[in-house]
Design a binder for this molecule. Structure first.
Ligand code: SF4
Ligand code: SF4
Length: 531
């Protein structure tokens, strides 16, 4: 194994955890069976959902877009196999909220027939903007779990100068091994994807970072680098410490640089992408294939045959469990993601989405630990990789002081769970941070809504005011016109030039004349009735 001679640094805190990865890396990646039904949530990414392109009854081909992005931060969804759209409705989806979401349901026809693909044979004939457009159309999102649209991330703006592309193969959470297996088996595709991204952002170097507990992956990548005699791509073996895979922590380890609290890696000349995302970029550009599948680790002591599977997006999790030998009798908890940052699912009748890297089945009955008061031991702060003050965040979040908690950089918390792991009082600290973040987002949404309502109200008031003024102006003009007419009539009658007529006097005279005319008319009426 080649160990990089590159100097490395440490990030603050972190933990050495039992990796428990070997149970799922004993056999090659298995292709999951084509399911009879695919449930595809239209929103599987950070940002806005795309607009539907299909309706119930439509026939679709594998790789055909079923939604279209209308917003910049968005990603389309594609049919993962050929078949018929049998429903478009709200279905349960894997999300911590447990809420239903709009899904397109496809009954597969068993043919698995691709739509026409448009591979790019010569990357250099395309501009970075054209490649970004292809990545956007392919619906690629960050496959490390964040699911942020990749086309947006690889467009850091004209001001940014990306010197180094970092490809994240750290995969630091226990049990998860999909990236490890992908690096072992798709090293050529990975290197191809790295080259494409490197070209798109004009990065001088590309560092593929892999934790030193994945020697096979490092070996496979190094072999491709040697074979292709690549000089600008390097595989870097880094120490296995949780959470090295965090973007900011990885940057610290590789460069000693700190990403500003409210900034981005591009602010310091860096771009970080996950290994799975790089392979998806290769497939989208070189083969013309959109993102319709991913590698999922099915693992844990509660499942009979832990393994890694290549799965079509939209496949039911229950089918993956069944194809992994089923549950052990003592299986008691299903988690999407790892034990540190994942979330519990109430059912396995949920579709695999783009951000689903692992299904972890635990067999240890959940014990609710007795939570004790904080003893201010400071253990949480000493392990926090974001260098926060977790106990302060906890007090502020639990007392709902949502303004102050933000001053203590709540949003720099990556929810790694290190603090909760070491807390002797067993306080579920991360739950408090998630609660505070959700509340702040909800208040922010309400504030934006009320701002919009206020703007609408102000606009309406201004419109009414304007209409009122216009009406008054119209009335004034009409009156003026009438007066001018009367003056003209009076002038004609008295043979006096209009300019010599006093408008007030003329108005009084006109009024008196009207009264006299009325009187005369009345007298005439009386006389005729006497007769
Ligand atoms: S580790 Fe737990 S008990 Fe210790 S200071 Fe942090 S929150 Fe308090
Ligand atoms: S969960 Fe947040 S506060 Fe706790 S250690 Fe991780 S980053 Fe720090």
């Amino acid at each position: 194994m080649t160990r990089s001679s590159r100097q490395l640094w440490h990030f603050h805190g972190g933990l050495k955890l039992e990796s428990n990865k070997a149970i799922s890396t004993q056999s090659p990646i298995v292709k999951a069976r084509l399911p009879k039904r695919l449930i595809l949530p239209v929103q599987q990414h950070i940002g806005e959902a795309g607009a539907l392109l299909v309706k119930k009854g439509d026939k679709v081909l594998k790789g055909q877009a079923i939604t279209q992005s209308t917003e910049y931060v968005s990603a389309p969804v594609h049919a993962s196999s050929s078949g018929t759209v049998i429903d478009i409705d709200e279905y349960p989806a894997p999300h911590p909220s447990g809420l239903n979401t709009l899904c397109v349901v496809i009954e597969t026809d068993g043919e698995d027939k691709w739509t026409e693909l448009q591979p790019t044979h010569y990357i250099n004939t395309k501009s970075p903007a054209e490649l970004r457009q292809l990545i956007r159309k392919a619906g690629i999102v960050g496959l490390g779990g964040a699911a942020f649209p990749t086309a947006v991330k690889v467009n850091p703006g004209p001001q940014a100068h990306i010197e180094t592309l970092i490809i994240n193969g750290a995969e630091c959470e226990p049990y998860i091994s999909c990236d490890d297996m992908l690096m072992r088996e798709y090293a050529t595709e990975l290197i191809s994807g790295c080259g494409i991204i490197q070209y798109m952002v004009s990065a001088t170097h590309c560092l593929i970072t892999v934790e030193d507990n994945k020697p096979e992956a490092i070996k496979a990548i190094q072999a491709v680098i040697n074979e292709q005699a690549l000089h600008t791509i390097e595989v870097v073996s880094i120490p296995t410490i949780y959470p090295t895979g965090g973007e900011k922590q990885l940057i610290k380890v590789l460069t000693q640089k700190e990403v500003p609290s409210d900034g981005f890696p591009s602010d310091i000349g860096l771009l970080v992408q996950n290994v799975g995302t790089a392979v998806a970029v290769h497939k989208a550009i070189v083969l013309g294939e959109p993102l319709i599948s991913r590698i999922v680790t099915v693992t844990g002591e509660g499942v009979k045959q832990p393994q890694n599977m290549e799965v079509l997006i939209g496949t039911s999790m229950s089918e993956l469990i069944e194809q992994s030998g089923g549950y052990h009798d003592d299986a008691c908890k299903l988690i999407m993601g790892g034990p540190m940052m994942g979330f519990t699912l109430q059912t396995d009748h949920l579709p695999v989405i783009k951000g689903c890297n692992c299904l972890l089945v635990e067999n240890t009955p959940e014990e609710t630990p007795a939570t004790m008061p904080c003893i201010r031991c400071g253990a949480c702060a000493s392990v926090c990789p974001a260098q926060l003050l977790p106990q302060q965040l906890f007090w502020m979040a639990s007392s709902k002081n949502f303004e102050l908690v933000q001053d203590y950089h709540l949003f720099d918390c990556i929810e790694c769970g290190c603090c909760a792991q070491v807390c002797p009082s067993q306080i579920p600290l991360v739950q408090y941070y998630r609660f505070a973040k959700t509340e702040i987002w909800s208040q922010e949404r309400d504030r934006i809504k009320s701002d919009h309502a206020r703007v609408r109200h102000d606009f309406r008031q201004a419109r009414l005011e304007l209409e009122k003024k216009e009406r008054a102006e119209k009335l004034r003009k009409k009156k003026e016109l009438l007066e001018k007419k009367k003056i003209a009539e009076a002038a004609a009658k008295n043979d006096t030039p209009e300019t010599e007529i006093d408008p007030k006097k003329a108005a009084i005279e006109a009024a008196m004349k009207r009264v006299q005319d009325k009187k005369a008319a009345k007298q005439n009426n009386n006389t005729s009735s006497d007769e």
